[in-house]
Design a protein around this ligand. Structure first.
Ligand SMILES: *[C@@H]1O[C@H](CO)[C@@H](O)[C@H](O)[C@H]1NC(C)=O
Ligand SMILES: *[C@@H]1O[C@H](CO)[C@@H](O)[C@H](O)[C@H]1NC(C)=O
Ligand SMILES: *[C@@H]1O[C@H](CO)[C@@H](O)[C@H](O)[C@H]1NC(C)=O
Ligand SMILES: *[C@@H]1O[C@H](CO)[C@@H](O)[C@H](O)[C@H]1NC(C)=O
Ligand SMILES: *[C@@H]1O[C@H](CO)[C@@H](O)[C@H](O)[C@H]1NC(C)=O
Ligand SMILES: *[C@@H]1O[C@H](CO)[C@@H](O)[C@H](O)[C@H]1NC(C)=O
Ligand SMILES: *[C@@H]1O[C@H](CO)[C@@H](O)[C@H](O)[C@H]1NC(C)=O
Ligand SMILES: *[C@@H]1O[C@H](CO)[C@@H](O)[C@H](O)[C@H]1NC(C)=O
Ligand SMILES: *[C@@H]1O[C@H](CO)[C@@H](O)[C@H](O)[C@H]1NC(C)=O
Length: 638
């Protein structure tokens, strides 16, 4: 009886909309759409929030300032919305339950070890459940979605996840992480969360696992605290707002566009952006703002995603999902692979923040042709001295405007390998885009010419070197030393192999510390380059002089020249005095031998028979490719 009368009072008061004082919510109390439980001041509400135009709702907490409503918390945000038959109730057994039109119940708030005997929507924007001793047993502040309110902390190990879009509250594409190492970092979701993926960081990792992010309501400041010490880093040091606590409500939200913004809500409904991270709030700087194989650029001050030439939007209505190739990828084993099937298209002023699989100094033309001839290469980036080769999918691309160049030019030229089957150069263009990017195409004929000239030249070089090495081998003087010192082993039409110094590899492998395995000619060690961004396997040839030397040259010939997906990629070599080392890309799953015969392969399942046959065929393909190139070499010699 008592409960019923309170409920009725609440419902009547709410429909009139003149609540000045709210009673705590008692067990048994419930609401149905479109009702809500307000906070005493009326600034916050907890209940059914209409979703779009349709008559559907989701359970949320929202902030009311003037006529403006802003959702600050969403219950079960990835569930579908409910209809007007739904019911939200604090049950007699002390749980907050949402039942939909079919009567299916879902928990919104409960504590496994305690029973709620009342609940309240507080003026801070926190919805809390209390036990019978008035202790808080559950609070929405502990489960932030995309927003922090004054007095709320983002605890160590927790994250905010953005909205999908301005109209869709489900989990979106970006997250703000309060990492265990103490750093506060913005990433696209579903990435490896390494420095490579981050697009902003507070650089507070020194503080360690005690940190949390705190929004100080009285000062309107976002602070990164070290434990309970509140005097640590302040994110925005210069809030220009009149901040004397006079009715301004602060809110910090990770927006659907990936930018983390601090807002001030004034009593009269005005919302002001106080600060944003990254500081310039440029959406194109948000990694992953545009999907795979597209680039971000500004059209009329608005960020836009464009497909690369030869690519088309995966979804015509959602350009952020990225683009797919519109041409066929050619079979690498085809004769005359390269210019017959592909052309190179240039796209200038591109910022690219990802790791290439290959990098070396060379000219732009050489860069074009090495990518053209390399089966694994889908695109290359050229920055006036270095060539960086990359595979699909291409991500984190943006195109800089002239006006963005004042901090110096960190852009590169994209050399994109596009299928010749493409009718014209702009397979992707949507007609609405009034300024097609200036894309230059190196004429096919020039590319062919360049390739012919380079191959003739290198063929000459090859034969010269092979003949001289043959000669030197005969007289058995300084078998390899001088040949190596020329820096070119006559193996490659394209200078794709990098020469490493011995000390460099010693450093990269941490003095040959981690042994991966042992082959007939020497042990293989794990190493890393570029400050750990690239893992490598270094093979140190031990049986020196003849056998080792022959193995060395044979491997360089066979593998260095071919790029086949079934052959491990040779990245470079070291030839210093009598030291011979080969540098390969690192294969995280170890050797095939281990996979099939290894005793310690609990983590990897042994392949089935069908799979083994497939592996054998793939190996045969790889061998056939490498034999082709070796045969080619011996043809020159004899
Ligand atoms: C609170 O509830 C617990 C059981 O949940 C009960 O043991 C205790 O007596 C109650 N305390 C009060 C003050 O009602
Ligand atoms: C559940 O309630 C107990 C107090 O009864 C509290 O110590 C605990 O932190 C609560 N659990 C959660 C997840 O809030
Ligand atoms: C909101 O976005 C999610 C994830 O992208 C999608 O599954 C859902 O259908 C969207 N909801 C609406 C109402 O558009
Ligand atoms: C998130 O989605 C909700 C519901 O559509 C919307 O009211 C809110 O403004 C969105 N928040 C952001 C930061 O876009
Ligand atoms: C963080 O706080 C802990 C204990 O309160 C203290 O020992 C440590 O030195 C602090 N770290 C920094 C970087 O201030
Ligand atoms: C909020 O910040 C002000 C100024 O830095 C500080 O004096 C106050 O103690 C802080 N409040 C809390 C609850 O941390
Ligand atoms: C707070 O600042 C505003 C504007 O500066 C001023 O109008 C108001 O009187 C101040 N309130 C208090 C409580 O100091
Ligand atoms: C709601 O907020 C927007 C953005 O700050 C503002 O332009 C508008 O005037 C506000 N509406 C009302 C009714 O106060
Ligand atoms: C994009 O291309 C990939 C690989 O060609 C294919 O698996 C995928 O289905 C394509 N996606 C769409 C949406 O066309």
């Amino acid at each position: 009886m008592d409960v019923l009368s309170i409920t009725i009072t609440l419902l009547v008061l709410m429909s009139v909309g003149t609540i000045t004082e709210t009673l705590p919510i008692q067990p048994g109390a419930f609401i149905r759409p479109p009702s809500w439980w307000p906070s005493p001041s009326g600034h916050f509400a907890f209940g059914f929030y209409p979703h779009g135009q349709a008559d559907v709702f989701f359970v949320a907490i929202w902030l009311i300032c003037g006529n403006n409503k802003t959702v600050v918390w969403t219950a079960r945000r990835d569930d579908p919305p409910v209809t007007s038959d739904a019911k939200l109730q604090l049950t007699k057994d002390g749980k907050l339950v949402l039942s939909d039109e079919q009567g299916i119940e879902k928990y919104i708030a409960y504590n496994t070890s305690a029973k709620a005997s009342s609940a309240s929507m507080l003026d801070s924007g926190n919805f809390v459940l209390y036990n019978n001793n008035s202790n808080v047993i559950w609070q929405s502040f502990d489960y932030p979605t995309d927003t922090l309110l004054g007095g709320q902390s983002l605890l160590n190990g927790y994250q905010l996840v953005s909205n999908t879009s301005q109209k869709n509250h489900s989990s979106g594409r970006f997250c703000l992480k309060m990492q265990h190492d103490g750093n506060l970092v913005l990433y696209p979701v579903d990435t490896t969360d390494t420095r490579m993926d981050a697009y902003w960081a507070a650089d507070t990792w020194r503080l360690g696992f005690r940190t949390c992010l705190y929004l100080n309501q009285t000062a309107g400041l976002l602070q990164i605290q070290n434990g309970s010490d509140i005097s640590t880093t302040i994110l925005n040091s210069d809030s220009s707002l009149p901040n004397n606590g006079s009715g301004i409500i602060h809110r910090a939200t990770l927006n659907y566009d990936g930018i983390f913004r601090l807002y001030a809500h004034f009593n009269n409904g005005i919302i002001q952006t106080v600060a944003s991270w990254p500081k310039e709030a440029n959406e194109c700087q948000v990694k992953g703002y545009c999907g795979f194989n597209s680039y971000c650029t500004f059209n009329d001050e608005q960020p836009a995603c464009n497909c690369l030439p030869g690519y088309d939007f995966i979804h015509p209505n959602d350009h952020s999902l990225g683009c797919n190739r519109t041409f066929q990828k050619e079979d690498c084993s085809k004769e005359k692979y390269g210019a017959t099937f592909y052309q190179i298209k240039l796209l200038e002023k591109i910022v690219w923040e990802d790791t290439p699989y290959f990098k070396d100094k060379m000219s732009q033309d050489a860069c074009s042709s090495t990518c053209m001839a390399d089966c694994g290469c889908d695109a290359a980036f050229y920055d006036s001295e270095s060539c960086m080769k990359a595979k699909l999918p291409l991500r984190y691309l943006r195109r800089k405007m002239e006006s963005e160049m004042f901090f110096g030019d960190d852009t590169k030229t994209l050399l994109l390998k596009v299928g010749n089957s493409l009718k014209n150069g702009f397979g992707n263009d949507n007609p609405a885009q009034n300024q097609p990017p200036p894309i230059k195409t190196t004429s096919n004929r020039t590319t062919v010419k360049i390739i012919v000239i380079t191959s003739v030249f290198s063929l000459l070089l090859c034969s010269t070197l092979v003949i001289s090495s043959h000669y030197m081998y005969k007289i058995r003087i300084l078998q390899y030393k001088r040949l190596m010192e020329t820096g070119n082993l006559g193996l490659n039409e394209e200078v794709t192999l990098r020469r490493f110094s011995y000390s460099e590899l010693k450093r990269a492998t941490n003095n040959f510390k981690q042994k991966l395995g042992k082959g007939s000619f020497g042990a293989v060690y794990k190493g890393e380059l570029n400050k750990g961004r690239r893992l490598i396997a270094v093979k140190r040839l031990e049986k020196l002089v003849e056998d080792g030397e022959r193995e060395f040259q044979a491997e360089m010939r066979a593998i260095g020249k071919t790029h086949h997906k079934n052959l491990v990629h040779l990245l470079g070599f070291c030839a210093e005095d009598s030291k011979r080392l080969l540098v390969y890309e690192y294969m995280p799953n170890g050797s095939l031998g281990n996979l099939i015969f290894g005793a310690n392969s609990q983590s990897l399942k042994r392949p089935e028979w069908g799979e083994r046959v497939r592996i054998a065929i793939e190996i045969a393909k790889g061998i056939s490719i490498s034999m082709k190139s070796v045969r080619h070499q011996s043809f020159i010699v004899t």
